[in-house]
Every structure is written in structure tokens, then in C-alpha cells.
Design a protein around this ligand. Structure first.
Ligand code: ATP
Length: 724
């Protein structure tokens, strides 16, 4: 292979210089072809990282060398060096449009520049399509610029062959590509696609150049897949994109039609008024790079930033994901998809902010990918990918990455990422304080910088891996513990649980929860009955009749506590009362056994018992009776108001209507109903009070009788002594 135009296939004829680009499986170097002293670019493809066999690679490289169009990068020659394929190409001194935007135009380019770039790229596509080729990877990262304004479409053939041997859709339902740029028909297996897929990607590239990033670029790939299939096509917004012309918007809309048959061909699109009025690139593009440092320095700065972003992800498990995400964010086209896997993952993705959207996504997936609902709930899928966003800065695409860069270049960076970038950027870019980059970037407001930093230091968590109870609990249980500390009330706890379930990602399938290790264990499952029930001892549980609000009623104390709101009982009374506060959950438990109300001393009449024992016992009894009396009085004092509040909250008593507009009749009805219920309660309480009074009087009588007996016994003893 090779040898065209006199370039040899001898590696020693080339001197590799700086790295000027990197992709999924290739690194691109600036190089000198020594015999001619000519600057070239050499793409070094790591054959070990490619899936295709050498024959496929050779064939594609040959195809590439046959291409002859001013807007398509052609290979001068290609040859194998160790385990690498070297492809020698013309050197494009300003690199790709993506790198250009990343380094200097985070919010996109101006329309005249976009028009020029797109027109040249479209000419390339027109040529390729006429030749029967589909590019399949049209994006800003593959549009190369030279300092004289030349625009060339790159990455044709070789990378496609590297990964899919000429057929992007493989038997395993996997395909490669950069999802944000992919046409819906490419993402949907079996539907087939043709050169119109390039027109869709071309439309996405137009948006990328206009905004600095592709639509949906902040989302993980599986979500992009869903959104591309289900959402309305992206486009230039008539309000947000006011600065762009109507013809530009129209041209984009023509490309981004979901029905591929309705998209124009490249030839037809070239006739659109937007391109008719496009300026020659040498006029509109040169000024874009006038103040920028050399390409290799820009690339190095971007690499440092990427490396720093990866360094931020310290957890080993996150590294792989971060790397993948970084590649994805960079728009690397060799992101490998397994459609089955993606469908499974996509069904589990649920963004906090996008619960609704996610729901729609699922619906769409069901219809567009032919999945049944049960497929999404199948725990056997085994894989879980919670909505993964490595960091806000990363996810917001090149624009936000650039802001971070600005922060660092200005020497304001304080976090790890900035520290690393800061250490290298100034030197790499050869910048002085009044250097061109700083001037260009200095226009960015302080606010943006602060925002970017804040976003970066607060990465959003994502977990990828098998759906195991541990994964679920590690997140939810800590939240639970935190929240249960705040809410003692069982009903509040239940509400909180509902909220947590809503907040948590929607996991489908049964979960085997581990047994509680200890009461304080963070991983302890929350029982449906809540904390209060757990606080009761075994005996209480056995007697448990009802848990009502904050109170338990057991069969032992049923009569005593029936319907009495104890929360209003004074503390002083409670210290010696049968009501105590549960230490664990702060609820009140009534222990009727402590003070047996109707307990009559059985041995009082037994003459063998000494009078002093009787006296102590009777004094205790009297004390308890007095306390009970005090308790009853306290209860009665507080009962009425407490009952009103409690009953109102429980819906037993109708609250008086507050709105005056309800009219007098309604007001009166409610008032009389309320009055009736209150009166009922009062009479019920009165009868209960009378019963208690009777009991108290009986106790008093009994007490007096006992005292009488005591006196008699004492007198008898005295008489006996005298007689003796
Ligand atoms: N001829 C060239 N002149 C200057 N820079 C180049 C040239 N070819 C490639 N590059 C730079 O190298 C980067 C990677 O090159 P390329 O896209 O061919 O690699 P890749 O592995 O195929 O990447 P991708 O993942 O996008 O397919 C480009 O985005 C561009 O910035």
C-alpha cells in the first residue's frame, strides 16, 4: 500500500513530532516526511484495539487512497509498523472544529463561519455519496481545518473499517458510532439505512457548531438513544437562537426529519439558500484562529483537562465509567454499543429531574424497540445503570468544559482538576497574562466560572453494575436513617418512606433484603410497622391490641387508656404514674400492672401480721390513691381541649368552617354537629369520672375500715399488755 505522490512506506522516512489528536483507537501525530521535508499528519491505529482483520483494514485504506476531492482527507499512504497501522495524511494545521470550539468558542461559532464550514463538508458528502460511500461519522470532530481556511472531512473509511468491517450493524446487534449524531434509523436495528443517515448527522453537526455541543450531549448514551428515537427532532429554536437566520434554521430542519426518505440528498441540500449565500471559507474562517496557540499546545491542554477530570474520579469502580463517559463527551466515535444491553440499561435509567420523561422513554422503548413491559422489570437483566453523569461540567458538553479551562487559565482554579491543568496549561499554551487566549477567554463572566467550579466539585453519583441489595441499600438506607432521626411520628415516617421511594431510582424486580444486624444498623431494613412497634418489648407485643398514633393499647391496659390522649398529661404526674415514655422512640406506653388499682390487701385481717407492715402498706396505698386522684384531675383538666384537637385532627369532629363564604346554614350545621359530639364526649368522661370517684370512695372507706381494725388491734394489744 502507499507510495502515492511519492510518499514512501518506510517508517524511518518519517519523524514523528507532537501529538495533535486522539480518538478511540488512534493517536494522530504531526510528522515530517524527511525526503521532502514536508509536514504531514500520521494517524497511528493500534491494531490490537481494532476489531477488524488486516485485510479489511487494507481494503479500506486503499479506498481512502483512491478518494480524490478537495474536501475529503485522503491517505497519501499507509503501512504497518509493529502492531500499528500508520496512515499518512495531509496535515490540517487548525485541527478539528470540535477542538477549536473547545478551546476558543465554547458557545459555538458565528453563522457565517458555520455556513462556510458546512458547505465544504456538504460538498464532501455529496462526493462520497456519488461514489457510493456513506461516511457514517459526520461530526465537528471529523471536520478538519487548515490555517488557509481549507475544510476537509476526515475519518472516512479507515475508522469505519476498523470497527465494523464495512457494515456498521453487526450480527450481535452491536454497532459503533457517536450516539448524539446518529440518525434514528441507524439506532433502530433492522430498519436499514443509507446515505440519508449522513444528512441527519450533518444536521446534528450544524447544531453542534451553532451551540458548541451536540443536542442531548449531556445525557448518557442509552438516554440519547431513547431521545433520538422518541423525541421530536432537535433543531434551532426560534426564540433561543434568535441570532441565526431563518434559512439556517430551515436548512437544519430539513436535515433532521425522522423519516429518512423525506430528507434531502446532499446534492439537493447544496442548492439551499443557506449555502448559496455562504461565504468562501478563506474569507470567513481565517480569523477564527488568528490568535490561537499552535494546535499541539491546544490539544495538550485539552488532554490535561481530560486527565484531570479522570483523576477526580478516585473510586476505582468509577474509573472505567468515567473514562467511557469522557470518551463519550469528547465525541469519540468508537463507543461500542450492545443494543440489548442498552435497551436493558435504558429501561432502568431514571433521572431525578426527569422522572416524567423517563416514563415516556419507557413507553417509547416499548413501542419503538418492540419490548414488552415485563422485559423492563426483569431482574435477570442483571445490569443497573443509574443515571450517570460524571460531573456537570463534563455533561454540559464542550461549553462547560471550556469554562473550566478558563477558570484554570486565569489561575483561579482551586480544585484538583484546576491544579493539574493550571500547572500545565500556562506552559503548554505559552501564555502570558496578556496572552491571546486569556484575552479571548477573559470575556467569560466570573459568574460562569463560579458556576462551573460549583458544578465540578459536586459530581452526580452514578452506579453501574449488577442490581444487588447492597447497591440499593447503600444509598437508601443511609437516607432512611437520616430521615428517621428527624421523624419520630410513625405516619410521618411512612410519608417519608413514600417520598424516598419516589426519589430513589426505580428498581424493578424483587429485592432480597438482608436481616437486620442490629437496631442501629444502617443497613437494617425498615419494617412496615415503623419504629414504634419495634420499641415495644416482647410481652407488650404479645398483648398489643392497637397502635393508635403515638399510643399503644395492649390488652392489659385497654380499659384504662381507651381514647385518652396522654400527651397532655403533666410530667409531674407521670413520674409516678403508670404512663412512661418509651426510651427508644419517645412514645408513651402505659403500664397498668405497676399500680393495681383494685388490688385489696388479702392478708389484712390476718392477725399474725404486724401493725407496722399494715401501716406502711396502707400509707403506700393512700399515697397512690392520692396520686391517682391528682392524675385524674389533671387528666380531666386537659382532656377536654386535647380531645377537641385530637378529634379534629382525626376527623372525628368537624372543624368549624373558616371561610365566610360558606354561609350561615353550613356554619350552624357544623357547629351544632361539633357541639353534639363534644357533649357526647363530655358526658362519657363524666360518667367515667364518676366511676373513678366511686372507686376512690370505696378505697377511702376500705382505708378507714382498715384503720379502724388497726386501732382495734392496737387497743387489744394494749389491753393484753395491761392484763399481763
Ligand atoms: N490530518 C489531520 N490533521 C490534523 N489533525 C488531525 C488530522 N487527522 C486527525 N486529526 C485530529 O485527530 C483527531 C482524531 O482523529 P480521528 O478522528 O481520525 O481518530 P479516530 O480514532 O478515528 O477518532 P474518532 O473516535 O473520532 O473516530 C481528530 O479529531 C483531529 O482533531
Amino acid at each position: 500500500m502507499g507510495g502515492s505522490r511519492g510518499y514512501s512506506a518506510n517508517p524511518s522516512d518519517y519523524k514523528l513530532l507532537e501529538e495533535i489528536g486522539y480518538g478511540a483507537s488512534a493517536t494522530v501525530y504531526r510528522a515530517i516526511y524527511l525526503p521532502f521535508n514536508d509536514v504531514v499528519a500520521i494517524k497511528c491505529l493500534d491494531l490490537d484495539r481494532c476489531n477488524s482483520n488486516l485485510d479489511d483494514i487494507r481494503r479500506e485504506a486503499q479506498t481512502m487512497s483512491l478518494i480524490d476531492h478537495p474536501n475529503v482527507i485522503r491517505a497519501y499512504c499507509s503501512f504497518v509498523v509493529d502492531r500499528n497501522l500508520w496512515v499518512v495524511m495531509p496535515f490540517m494545521s487548525e485541527g478539528s472544529c470540535l477542538h477549536l470550539m473547545k478551546i476558543a468558542y465554547p458557545d459555538g461559532l458565528e453563522e457565517p463561519a458555520i455556513g462556510s464550514i458546512l458547505k465544504e463538508a456538504l460538498k464532501a458528502l455529496d462526493y462520497l455519496h456519488r461514489q457510493g460511500h456513506i461516511h457514517r461519522d459526520v461530526k465537528a470532530g471529523n471536520i478538519l481545518l487548515d490555517n488557509n481556511g481549507t475544510v476537509k472531512l476526515a475519518d472516512f473509511g479507515v475508522s469505519a473499517c476498523m470497527f465494523d468491517a464495512g457494515d456498521r450493524q453487526r450480527s450481535r446487534n452491536t454497532f459503533v458510532g457517536t450516539p448524539c449524531w446518529m440518525a434514528p434509523e441507524v439506532l433502530q436495528p433492522g430498519s436499514g439505512y443509507n446515505s440519508k443517515a449522513d444528512i441527519w448527522s450533518f444536521g446534528i453537526t450544524a447544531l453542534e457548531l451553532a451551540h458548541g455541543h451536540a443536542p442531548f450531549s449531556k445525557y448518557p448514551p442509552m438516554k440519547v438513544l431513547l431521545m433520538t428515537i422518541q423525541n421530536a427532532p432537535p433543531g434551532l429554536d426560534y426564540d433561543r437562537d434568535k441570532k441565526f437566520s431563518k434559512s439556517f434554521k430551515e436548512m437544519v430542519a430539513m436535515c433532521l426529519v425522522k423519516d429518512q426518505t423525506k430528507r434531502p440528498t446532499a446534492e439537493k441540500l447544496l442548492k439551499h439558500s443557506f449555502f448559496k449565500h455562504a461565504k468562501p471559507p478563506e474569507l470567513s474562517l481565517k480569523k477564527l484562529f488568528s490568535d490561537l496557540p499552535p494546535l499541539w499546545n491546544r490539544v495538550k491542554a485539552l488532554q490535561l483537562k481530560d486527565a484531570a477530570q479522570l483523576a477526580l474520579k478516585k473510586m476505582p469502580s468509577a474509573e472505567q465509567e468515567a473514562l467511557s463517559q469522557s470518551e463519550y463527551q469528547r465525541g469519540v466515535s468508537a463507543w461500542n454499543f450492545d443494543l440489548d444491553d442498552l435497551k436493558a440499561q435504558a429501561s432502568l435509567v431514571c433521572d431525578d429531574d426527569d422522572i416524567h420523561e423517563c416514563k415516556d422513554d419507557d413507553e417509547s422503548m416499548k413501542s419503538s424497540l418492540g419490548h414488552k413491559a415485563t422485559a423492563y422489570c426483569d431482574p435477570s437483566l442483571g445490569k443497573l445503570s443509574l443515571n450517570r453523569e460524571v460531573s456537570q461540567a463534563e455533561c454540559r458538553g464542550p461549553g462547560s468544559i471550556e469554562l473550566l479551562q478558563i477558570d484554570c487559565l486565569n489561575g483561579k482554579g482551586k480544585n484538583l482538576e484546576c491544579a493539574i491543568v493550571e500547572a500545565g496549561c500556562q506552559e503548554i499554551l505559552g501564555l502570558k497574562k496578556n496572552g491571546s487566549i486569556i484575552d479571548v477567554m477573559g470575556s467569560t463572566s466570573e459568574k460562569d466560572v463560579v458556576l462551573t467550579r460549583a458544578n465540578t466539585v459536586k459530581p452526580r453519583e452514578t452506579q453501574t453494575g449488577p442490581l444487588t441489595p447492597g447497591v440499593v441499600l447503600s444509598r437508601s438506607s443511609s437516607d432512611w436513617v437520616h430521615n428517621s432521626e428527624r421523624f419520630e411520628n410513625e405516619s410521618l415516617l411512612a410519608n417519608e418512606r413514600v417520598r424516598q421511594v419516589r426519589k430513589a431510582p426505580s428498581f424493578s424486580g424483587p429485592l432480597m433484603l438482608p436481616n437486620r444486624a442490629s437496631g442501629n444498623s444502617l443497613s437494617a431494613p425498615i419494617k412496615p410497622s415503623g419504629g414504634f412497634r419495634d420499641s415495644l418489648d416482647e410481652k407488650s407485643k404479645a398483648n398489643l391490641v392497637q397502635i393508635k398514633g403515638r399510643f399503644s393499647v395492649t390488652s392489659e391496659n385497654l380499659d384504662l387508656v381507651k381514647d385518652i390522649p396522654l400527651g397532655t398529661v403533666s410530667r409531674r404526674s407521670l413520674q409516678t404514674s403508670p404512663i412512661r415514655k418509651s426510651a427508644s422512640v419517645g412514645d408513651w406506653i402505659l403500664e397498668s400492672k405497676k399500680v393495681p388499682i383494685n388490688h385489696a390487701p388479702k392478708d389484712l385481717t390476718n392477725g399474725s401480721v404486724s401493725a407496722s407492715i399494715f401501716t406502711t402498706h396502707l400509707q403506700n396505698l393512700f399515697q397512690q390513691t392520692s396520686l391517682q386522684q391528682g392524675l385524674i384531675v389533671n387528666l380531666l383538666n386537659s382532656l377536654q381541649s386535647a380531645e377537641v384537637v385530637d378529634a379534629s385532627q382525626n376527623g372525628k369532629l368537624p372543624l368549624l368552617p373558616r371561610s365566610e363564604s360558606n354561609g350561615n346554614v353550613e356554619l350552624e350545621t357544623a357547629a351544632s354537629e361539633r357541639e353534639r359530639l363534644l357533649l357526647g364526649k363530655i358526658s362519657e368522661l363524666q360518667s367515667r369520672m364518676m366511676n373513678l370517684r366511686d372507686e376512690l370512695n370505696a378505697e377511702k372507706l376500705r382505708y378507714e375500715e382498715l384503720q379502724q381494725e388497726l386501732r382495734l388491734m392496737a387497743g387489744a394489744e394494749e389491753n393484753g399488755d395491761d392484763a399481763a
